[in-house]
Ligand binder design. Structure first.
Ligand SMILES: O[C@@H]1[C@@H](O)[C@H](O[C@@H]2CO[C@@H](O[C@@H]3CO[C@@H](O)[C@H](O)[C@H]3O)[C@H](O)[C@H]2O)OC[C@H]1O
Length: 386
Protein backbone atom coordinates (compact mmCIF):
# COMPACT_ATOMS: atom_id res chain seq x y z
CA UNK A 1 0.00 0.00 0.00
CA UNK A 2 1.33 3.44 -0.91
CA UNK A 3 1.43 6.32 1.53
CA UNK A 4 -1.27 9.00 1.47
CA UNK A 5 -0.36 11.78 -0.97
CA UNK A 6 0.59 15.16 0.48
CA UNK A 7 -1.71 18.05 -0.45
CA UNK A 8 -3.58 16.03 -3.05
CA UNK A 9 -5.51 18.00 -5.65
CA UNK A 10 -9.05 17.08 -6.53
CA UNK A 11 -9.98 14.61 -9.25
CA UNK A 12 -12.77 16.71 -10.79
CA UNK A 13 -14.55 13.47 -11.65
CA UNK A 14 -17.94 12.46 -10.32
CA UNK A 15 -19.06 8.94 -11.07
CA UNK A 16 -22.73 8.25 -11.56
CA UNK A 17 -22.54 4.85 -9.88
CA UNK A 18 -26.28 4.31 -10.24
CA UNK A 19 -26.08 4.61 -14.02
CA UNK A 20 -22.74 2.79 -14.14
CA UNK A 21 -24.29 -0.23 -12.41
CA UNK A 22 -27.25 -0.10 -14.79
CA UNK A 23 -29.77 0.55 -12.02
CA UNK A 24 -31.25 3.53 -13.86
CA UNK A 25 -30.51 5.83 -16.77
CA UNK A 26 -28.82 9.12 -15.99
CA UNK A 27 -32.16 10.84 -16.50
CA UNK A 28 -33.97 8.45 -14.14
CA UNK A 29 -31.23 8.88 -11.53
CA UNK A 30 -31.57 12.66 -11.74
CA UNK A 31 -35.33 12.29 -11.34
CA UNK A 32 -34.90 10.15 -8.24
CA UNK A 33 -32.51 12.71 -6.75
CA UNK A 34 -35.05 15.49 -7.34
CA UNK A 35 -37.84 13.36 -5.92
CA UNK A 36 -35.75 12.67 -2.81
CA UNK A 37 -35.12 16.39 -2.41
CA UNK A 38 -38.86 17.07 -2.71
CA UNK A 39 -39.66 14.48 -0.06
CA UNK A 40 -37.15 15.88 2.42
CA UNK A 41 -37.70 19.55 1.75
CA UNK A 42 -41.48 19.41 1.43
CA UNK A 43 -41.59 20.64 -2.15
CA UNK A 44 -44.05 19.69 -4.86
CA UNK A 45 -46.47 18.32 -2.27
CA UNK A 46 -46.80 18.24 1.50
CA UNK A 47 -44.60 15.19 2.17
CA UNK A 48 -45.55 15.31 5.86
CA UNK A 49 -44.31 11.73 6.39
CA UNK A 50 -40.83 12.27 5.04
CA UNK A 51 -39.88 15.93 5.27
CA UNK A 52 -37.21 17.24 7.60
CA UNK A 53 -37.09 20.88 6.42
CA UNK A 54 -39.61 23.52 7.52
CA UNK A 55 -39.92 27.20 6.65
CA UNK A 56 -39.94 29.67 9.53
CA UNK A 57 -41.50 33.01 8.65
CA UNK A 58 -40.76 34.88 5.44
CA UNK A 59 -37.00 34.36 5.25
CA UNK A 60 -35.86 31.51 7.48
CA UNK A 61 -36.05 27.74 7.62
CA UNK A 62 -34.63 24.84 9.61
CA UNK A 63 -34.03 21.09 9.51
CA UNK A 64 -35.74 19.35 12.40
CA UNK A 65 -34.28 16.37 14.23
CA UNK A 66 -37.65 14.65 14.19
CA UNK A 67 -36.55 12.08 16.79
CA UNK A 68 -35.30 14.59 19.33
CA UNK A 69 -37.56 17.51 18.31
CA UNK A 70 -34.69 19.95 18.12
CA UNK A 71 -32.69 21.81 15.50
CA UNK A 72 -29.04 20.78 15.38
CA UNK A 73 -26.01 22.42 13.80
CA UNK A 74 -25.41 19.03 12.23
CA UNK A 75 -28.72 19.13 10.33
CA UNK A 76 -28.54 22.83 9.55
CA UNK A 77 -25.06 22.55 8.07
CA UNK A 78 -26.06 19.39 6.19
CA UNK A 79 -29.09 21.25 4.84
CA UNK A 80 -26.84 24.02 3.54
CA UNK A 81 -24.54 21.49 1.87
CA UNK A 82 -27.56 19.81 0.27
CA UNK A 83 -28.96 23.17 -0.90
CA UNK A 84 -25.73 24.36 -2.49
CA UNK A 85 -25.30 21.04 -4.30
CA UNK A 86 -28.89 21.37 -5.59
CA UNK A 87 -28.38 25.04 -6.57
CA UNK A 88 -31.05 26.23 -4.14
CA UNK A 89 -29.76 29.57 -2.89
CA UNK A 90 -33.21 30.44 -1.53
CA UNK A 91 -33.22 27.51 0.88
CA UNK A 92 -29.52 27.86 1.68
CA UNK A 93 -30.07 31.48 2.71
CA UNK A 94 -33.12 30.66 4.79
CA UNK A 95 -31.20 27.99 6.75
CA UNK A 96 -28.13 30.17 7.19
CA UNK A 97 -30.21 33.09 8.42
CA UNK A 98 -31.88 30.83 11.00
CA UNK A 99 -28.50 29.50 12.15
CA UNK A 100 -27.03 32.99 12.45
CA UNK A 101 -30.13 34.35 14.19
CA UNK A 102 -30.58 31.64 16.81
CA UNK A 103 -27.50 29.42 16.97
CA UNK A 104 -24.54 31.76 16.51
CA UNK A 105 -23.04 32.77 19.83
CA UNK A 106 -21.68 36.30 20.25
CA UNK A 107 -20.70 36.15 23.89
CA UNK A 108 -19.35 33.79 26.51
CA UNK A 109 -16.82 31.01 26.36
CA UNK A 110 -18.07 29.77 22.98
CA UNK A 111 -18.49 33.12 21.21
CA UNK A 112 -17.90 32.63 17.49
CA UNK A 113 -19.26 29.06 17.51
CA UNK A 114 -22.85 27.82 17.07
CA UNK A 115 -25.04 26.34 19.82
CA UNK A 116 -25.42 22.74 18.68
CA UNK A 117 -29.08 22.25 19.72
CA UNK A 118 -32.02 24.67 19.72
CA UNK A 119 -35.78 24.27 19.88
CA UNK A 120 -37.69 25.07 16.69
CA UNK A 121 -38.71 28.41 18.24
CA UNK A 122 -35.01 29.34 18.34
CA UNK A 123 -34.46 29.02 22.08
CA UNK A 124 -31.27 27.16 22.98
CA UNK A 125 -31.09 23.73 24.55
CA UNK A 126 -27.35 24.12 25.00
CA UNK A 127 -24.73 26.81 24.69
CA UNK A 128 -22.10 24.31 23.63
CA UNK A 129 -21.01 23.65 20.04
CA UNK A 130 -20.45 20.40 18.12
CA UNK A 131 -17.55 20.72 15.64
CA UNK A 132 -19.14 18.62 12.89
CA UNK A 133 -21.59 21.49 12.40
CA UNK A 134 -18.87 24.10 12.05
CA UNK A 135 -16.90 22.10 9.47
CA UNK A 136 -19.98 21.52 7.30
CA UNK A 137 -21.05 25.17 7.66
CA UNK A 138 -17.61 26.28 6.49
CA UNK A 139 -17.44 24.12 3.37
CA UNK A 140 -21.07 24.81 2.43
CA UNK A 141 -20.31 28.54 2.71
CA UNK A 142 -17.22 28.25 0.51
CA UNK A 143 -19.23 26.36 -2.11
CA UNK A 144 -21.97 29.01 -1.93
CA UNK A 145 -19.38 31.73 -2.41
CA UNK A 146 -18.00 29.99 -5.47
CA UNK A 147 -21.33 29.00 -6.98
CA UNK A 148 -23.37 32.14 -6.38
CA UNK A 149 -20.90 34.88 -5.42
CA UNK A 150 -20.65 36.75 -2.15
CA UNK A 151 -23.26 39.15 -0.82
CA UNK A 152 -23.38 41.50 2.13
CA UNK A 153 -23.18 40.81 5.85
CA UNK A 154 -23.99 37.22 6.73
CA UNK A 155 -24.30 36.48 3.00
CA UNK A 156 -20.66 37.36 2.41
CA UNK A 157 -20.24 33.60 2.33
CA UNK A 158 -16.49 33.39 1.75
CA UNK A 159 -15.67 35.73 4.58
CA UNK A 160 -18.08 33.94 6.90
CA UNK A 161 -16.35 30.64 6.14
CA UNK A 162 -12.86 32.03 6.65
CA UNK A 163 -13.81 33.74 9.91
CA UNK A 164 -15.46 30.59 11.21
CA UNK A 165 -12.42 28.45 10.42
CA UNK A 166 -10.18 31.04 12.07
CA UNK A 167 -12.30 30.76 15.22
CA UNK A 168 -12.19 26.97 15.08
CA UNK A 169 -8.37 26.99 15.07
CA UNK A 170 -7.48 30.02 17.17
CA UNK A 171 -10.17 30.17 19.83
CA UNK A 172 -8.57 30.24 23.26
CA UNK A 173 -5.34 31.94 22.19
CA UNK A 174 -6.58 35.01 24.11
CA UNK A 175 -7.34 32.85 27.16
CA UNK A 176 -11.10 32.51 26.50
CA UNK A 177 -12.55 29.24 25.21
CA UNK A 178 -10.89 26.41 23.31
CA UNK A 179 -10.19 25.47 19.67
CA UNK A 180 -12.12 22.72 17.91
CA UNK A 181 -8.96 21.11 16.57
CA UNK A 182 -6.14 20.06 18.85
CA UNK A 183 -3.29 22.38 17.79
CA UNK A 184 -0.60 19.75 18.38
CA UNK A 185 -1.95 16.58 16.77
CA UNK A 186 -4.27 18.49 14.32
CA UNK A 187 -7.23 16.22 15.10
CA UNK A 188 -10.80 17.44 15.42
CA UNK A 189 -12.25 17.14 18.92
CA UNK A 190 -15.67 15.80 19.85
CA UNK A 191 -16.36 19.14 21.58
CA UNK A 192 -13.88 21.97 22.26
CA UNK A 193 -13.72 21.21 25.99
CA UNK A 194 -12.52 17.63 25.69
CA UNK A 195 -9.49 15.71 24.49
CA UNK A 196 -11.03 12.89 22.48
CA UNK A 197 -12.62 12.68 19.09
CA UNK A 198 -15.40 11.22 16.98
CA UNK A 199 -14.13 9.30 13.94
CA UNK A 200 -17.12 10.40 11.88
CA UNK A 201 -16.11 14.05 12.29
CA UNK A 202 -12.86 13.46 10.37
CA UNK A 203 -13.28 14.94 6.89
CA UNK A 204 -9.84 15.14 5.26
CA UNK A 205 -11.49 15.90 1.93
CA UNK A 206 -12.92 19.08 3.49
CA UNK A 207 -9.57 20.04 5.02
CA UNK A 208 -7.83 19.78 1.63
CA UNK A 209 -10.22 22.48 0.44
CA UNK A 210 -9.89 24.57 3.60
CA UNK A 211 -6.15 24.51 2.85
CA UNK A 212 -6.91 26.29 -0.42
CA UNK A 213 -9.49 28.80 0.79
CA UNK A 214 -8.94 29.58 4.51
CA UNK A 215 -7.01 32.68 5.55
CA UNK A 216 -3.41 32.22 4.28
CA UNK A 217 -1.98 31.83 7.78
CA UNK A 218 -4.31 28.88 8.44
CA UNK A 219 -3.70 26.93 5.24
CA UNK A 220 -0.69 24.93 6.38
CA UNK A 221 -2.67 23.72 9.40
CA UNK A 222 -5.45 22.40 7.18
CA UNK A 223 -3.01 20.55 4.93
CA UNK A 224 -1.57 18.87 8.00
CA UNK A 225 -5.05 18.22 9.40
CA UNK A 226 -5.97 16.31 6.24
CA UNK A 227 -2.92 14.09 6.67
CA UNK A 228 -3.52 13.71 10.40
CA UNK A 229 -7.16 12.69 9.93
CA UNK A 230 -6.30 10.16 7.22
CA UNK A 231 -3.69 8.66 9.54
CA UNK A 232 -6.09 8.72 12.50
CA UNK A 233 -8.83 6.88 10.63
CA UNK A 234 -6.46 3.99 10.00
CA UNK A 235 -6.09 3.58 13.75
CA UNK A 236 -9.80 4.00 14.59
CA UNK A 237 -11.25 1.58 12.04
CA UNK A 238 -11.05 -2.06 13.02
CA UNK A 239 -8.49 -3.92 10.87
CA UNK A 240 -10.84 -6.84 10.15
CA UNK A 241 -14.38 -5.40 10.14
CA UNK A 242 -13.55 -1.83 9.16
CA UNK A 243 -16.00 -0.61 11.82
CA UNK A 244 -15.24 2.57 13.78
CA UNK A 245 -16.58 3.48 17.22
CA UNK A 246 -18.74 6.54 17.82
CA UNK A 247 -16.11 8.15 20.05
CA UNK A 248 -12.40 7.42 20.11
CA UNK A 249 -9.26 8.61 21.82
CA UNK A 250 -6.61 10.30 19.70
CA UNK A 251 -4.76 6.99 19.31
CA UNK A 252 -7.87 5.48 17.72
CA UNK A 253 -8.91 3.25 20.61
CA UNK A 254 -12.66 3.30 21.37
CA UNK A 255 -13.82 5.67 24.07
CA UNK A 256 -16.57 3.80 25.90
CA UNK A 257 -17.81 6.84 27.83
CA UNK A 258 -21.62 6.63 28.11
CA UNK A 259 -21.58 3.60 25.78
CA UNK A 260 -20.11 5.42 22.77
CA UNK A 261 -17.25 3.00 22.13
CA UNK A 262 -19.22 0.78 19.76
CA UNK A 263 -20.37 0.96 16.14
CA UNK A 264 -23.64 2.88 16.22
CA UNK A 265 -25.32 5.96 14.74
CA UNK A 266 -22.40 8.42 14.56
CA UNK A 267 -20.06 5.76 13.18
CA UNK A 268 -22.07 5.18 10.00
CA UNK A 269 -20.75 8.39 8.50
CA UNK A 270 -17.20 7.06 8.34
CA UNK A 271 -18.09 4.84 5.35
CA UNK A 272 -19.64 7.78 3.52
CA UNK A 273 -16.68 10.02 4.30
CA UNK A 274 -14.19 7.41 3.10
CA UNK A 275 -16.10 7.12 -0.17
CA UNK A 276 -16.33 10.85 -0.80
CA UNK A 277 -12.69 11.45 0.13
CA UNK A 278 -11.71 8.89 -2.48
CA UNK A 279 -14.06 10.34 -5.08
CA UNK A 280 -12.77 13.86 -4.57
CA UNK A 281 -9.04 13.24 -3.98
CA UNK A 282 -7.97 9.62 -4.58
CA UNK A 283 -5.35 10.44 -1.95
CA UNK A 284 -4.89 7.14 -0.17
CA UNK A 285 -5.60 3.59 -1.38
CA UNK A 286 -6.41 2.70 2.21
CA UNK A 287 -9.87 4.14 1.54
CA UNK A 288 -10.49 1.37 -1.00
CA UNK A 289 -9.45 -1.33 1.43
CA UNK A 290 -11.50 0.19 4.24
CA UNK A 291 -14.62 0.51 2.07
CA UNK A 292 -14.25 -3.13 1.03
CA UNK A 293 -13.93 -4.25 4.66
CA UNK A 294 -17.08 -2.43 5.80
CA UNK A 295 -19.09 -3.78 2.89
CA UNK A 296 -17.78 -7.30 3.49
CA UNK A 297 -18.86 -7.07 7.14
CA UNK A 298 -22.41 -6.15 6.19
CA UNK A 299 -22.65 -8.57 3.25
CA UNK A 300 -24.23 -11.33 5.34
CA UNK A 301 -26.26 -9.06 7.64
CA UNK A 302 -30.02 -8.96 7.23
CA UNK A 303 -30.92 -5.33 6.35
CA UNK A 304 -34.06 -5.79 8.45
CA UNK A 305 -32.03 -6.79 11.51
CA UNK A 306 -29.14 -4.33 11.69
CA UNK A 307 -27.85 -3.82 15.20
CA UNK A 308 -25.36 -2.06 17.43
CA UNK A 309 -22.02 -3.88 17.03
CA UNK A 310 -18.72 -3.88 18.83
CA UNK A 311 -16.08 -2.70 16.39
CA UNK A 312 -14.84 -6.29 16.29
CA UNK A 313 -18.23 -7.13 14.83
CA UNK A 314 -20.13 -8.79 17.67
CA UNK A 315 -23.83 -7.90 17.50
CA UNK A 316 -25.19 -6.31 20.67
CA UNK A 317 -28.70 -6.61 21.96
CA UNK A 318 -29.92 -3.36 20.45
CA UNK A 319 -31.32 -2.73 16.99
CA UNK A 320 -29.84 0.00 14.81
CA UNK A 321 -31.67 3.25 15.46
CA UNK A 322 -31.07 4.43 11.89
CA UNK A 323 -31.01 1.40 9.57
CA UNK A 324 -31.84 3.42 6.46
CA UNK A 325 -28.94 5.74 7.20
CA UNK A 326 -26.64 2.75 7.58
CA UNK A 327 -27.77 1.29 4.26
CA UNK A 328 -27.10 4.70 2.67
CA UNK A 329 -23.61 5.17 4.07
CA UNK A 330 -22.60 1.62 3.22
CA UNK A 331 -23.70 2.32 -0.35
CA UNK A 332 -21.76 5.57 -0.48
CA UNK A 333 -18.64 3.59 0.37
CA UNK A 334 -18.96 2.17 -3.16
CA UNK A 335 -17.38 5.37 -4.44
CA UNK A 336 -14.18 3.84 -3.12
CA UNK A 337 -14.88 0.10 -2.94
CA UNK A 338 -13.69 -2.27 -5.64
CA UNK A 339 -14.66 -5.49 -3.88
CA UNK A 340 -17.36 -8.07 -4.52
CA UNK A 341 -19.97 -6.31 -2.35
CA UNK A 342 -19.85 -2.82 -3.84
CA UNK A 343 -22.68 -3.42 -6.26
CA UNK A 344 -24.97 -5.13 -3.76
CA UNK A 345 -24.62 -2.25 -1.29
CA UNK A 346 -25.76 0.21 -3.96
CA UNK A 347 -28.59 -2.02 -5.16
CA UNK A 348 -29.88 -2.32 -1.61
CA UNK A 349 -29.79 1.45 -1.20
CA UNK A 350 -31.49 2.04 -4.56
CA UNK A 351 -34.46 -0.12 -3.61
CA UNK A 352 -34.73 1.38 -0.11
CA UNK A 353 -37.19 4.29 0.26
CA UNK A 354 -36.57 7.39 2.34
CA UNK A 355 -37.57 6.84 5.93
CA UNK A 356 -40.89 7.83 7.46
CA UNK A 357 -41.72 8.12 11.16
CA UNK A 358 -40.25 10.21 13.92
CA UNK A 359 -36.66 8.91 13.60
CA UNK A 360 -36.43 9.89 9.94
CA UNK A 361 -34.19 12.98 10.24
CA UNK A 362 -30.76 11.37 10.58
CA UNK A 363 -31.55 8.53 8.16
CA UNK A 364 -32.85 10.88 5.52
CA UNK A 365 -29.88 13.22 5.82
CA UNK A 366 -27.51 10.33 5.18
CA UNK A 367 -29.81 9.02 2.47
CA UNK A 368 -29.77 12.33 0.62
CA UNK A 369 -25.98 12.59 0.76
CA UNK A 370 -25.73 9.08 -0.66
CA UNK A 371 -28.21 9.93 -3.41
CA UNK A 372 -26.19 13.02 -4.32
CA UNK A 373 -22.91 11.13 -4.27
CA UNK A 374 -24.00 8.01 -6.13
CA UNK A 375 -25.64 10.00 -8.91
CA UNK A 376 -22.47 12.07 -9.41
CA UNK A 377 -23.88 15.20 -7.85
CA UNK A 378 -21.85 15.67 -4.65
CA UNK A 379 -19.32 18.06 -6.13
CA UNK A 380 -16.51 20.39 -5.29
CA UNK A 381 -17.47 23.93 -6.27
CA UNK A 382 -14.25 25.74 -7.13
CA UNK A 383 -13.91 29.52 -7.34
CA UNK A 384 -15.05 30.74 -10.75
CA UNK A 385 -12.17 30.96 -13.20
CA UNK A 386 -10.05 28.31 -11.45
O1 LIG B 1 -23.25 15.76 23.96
C1 LIG B 1 -23.46 16.52 22.79
C2 LIG B 1 -23.49 15.62 21.58
O2 LIG B 1 -24.58 14.71 21.63
C3 LIG B 1 -23.56 16.45 20.32
O3 LIG B 1 -23.42 15.63 19.21
C4 LIG B 1 -24.31 15.85 18.16
C5 LIG B 1 -25.47 14.88 18.26
O4 LIG B 1 -25.08 13.60 17.89
C6 LIG B 1 -24.58 13.44 16.56
O5 LIG B 1 -25.56 12.94 15.61
C7 LIG B 1 -26.65 12.23 16.03
C8 LIG B 1 -26.50 10.78 15.66
O6 LIG B 1 -27.58 10.10 16.24
C9 LIG B 1 -28.87 10.52 15.77
O7 LIG B 1 -29.87 9.77 16.45
C10 LIG B 1 -29.08 12.00 16.02
O8 LIG B 1 -30.32 12.39 15.45
C11 LIG B 1 -27.93 12.76 15.42
O9 LIG B 1 -28.07 14.15 15.66
C12 LIG B 1 -24.12 14.73 15.94
O10 LIG B 1 -23.21 14.46 14.90
C13 LIG B 1 -23.51 15.65 16.92
O11 LIG B 1 -23.31 16.97 16.37
O12 LIG B 1 -22.46 17.37 20.29
C14 LIG B 1 -22.45 18.28 21.36
C15 LIG B 1 -22.33 17.53 22.65
O13 LIG B 1 -22.34 18.43 23.73
Amino acid sequence: MTEAKQGAFHTGQYRNVIAEYGLASEQEAAGRLQDTWDQLFGEDGDHAETRIYYEAGPDMGYLLDTGNLDVRTEGMSYGMMMAVQMDRKDIFDRIWRWAMTYMYMTEGEHAGYFAWSCLPDGSRNSNGPAPDGEEYFALALFFASHRWGDGEGIFDYGRQARDLLRTCLHKGEDGVGRPMWNPDNKLIKFIPNCEFTDPSYHLPHFYELFALWAYPEDRAFWREAAQASRAFLKTACHPVTGLAPEYAFYDGTPNHVRGFGHFFSDSYRVAANIGLDWEWFRADPWNVKEANLIQAFFADKDPADLRRYTIAGEPLDEPALHPTGLIATNAMASLAADGPHARRAVELFWRTPVRTGNRRYYDNCLYFFAMLALTGNYRIWMPSGS
